[in-house]
Design a binder for this molecule. Sequence first.
Ligand code: SF4
Length: 322
Amino acid sequence: MIGDVESNVLGVRDLRVSYYTARGAVRAVNGVTFDLRADERLGLVGESGSGKSTIALSLMRLIKPPGQIDDGEVNLAGVDLLKLSEEEMRRARLAKIALVAQGAMNSLNPVLRIRDQIDDALRDHDVNLTRTEFAARVADLLRRVDLSADVGGMYPHELSGGMKQRVCIAIAISLRPSVIIADEPTSALDVVVQRQVMETLQNVQEDLGASIILIGHDMGLMAQAVERLGVMYAGDLVEVAPVKEIFREPLHPYTQLLIASLPSIKKRGGYKGIPGLPPSLLNRPKGCPFVARCPRAMERCRVETPSPRRPASDRMVACHLY
Ligand code: SF4
């Protein structure tokens, strides 16, 4: 259990999610446990296929067949979201927990003005406002994401990528959720706009007193954007620590290699990737999932799956070295 303190807003316990394919069950999330604290920005980083986006969809209960949540708990303010009825979960989305999905800006309805898309979100939750109240609400939401009120009268094609992404953030916060999940929220944007959108997200989170789970693959972006970082590998959460500590002293060999492969001004020569590929998630073998690529692998690693250890009160690592 990571961050087992009273100020947690979200507790994820032993979450297991599989995709049931014709070739067998693909275990995309393999018993993941973590907490999200009040007012916190927690990052989940990992390469594609590591399970991080599946976690985002699972927390929202938006996994579609052939995917299925096999087991676990997602405890939000004392309520296990996995036990809610479909209707209760529909009401919890946006009001308690919201997702800025990967590529969200491309899912805006092209034939609806922005204010009508915000209206849809509010009506879906039975928020009925007078015209004046609604106009004020739209202006307030747009202001919170650094957009002018005029944007409410525009169509998505009239907006830049960064503006569309801000609109998606505005819709996500329209009912003041306590948890915002942002899945690669800046991946399609250029570097300058990326930074601005991240700042907006941070301001919104602080304004609302919400907590954020930021999902991504860019360690550099994570270093600037989050307070604690979880590292995913092949469906497992292999390390969690305050972001400064993870960069100062990464414990898991995979985290060590991820950080060593980051470009730096001091480093000369070509970039060093991590050799090898992640294992197949179909019929996962016993042992550590990183064993085939780990420079410190031991005999034990091939037969015994490492369980989470806590080498310090605020750190977790799943590796036999500790
Ligand atoms: Fe490497 Fe073994 Fe640790 Fe896995 S458990 S990361 S193989 S040392």
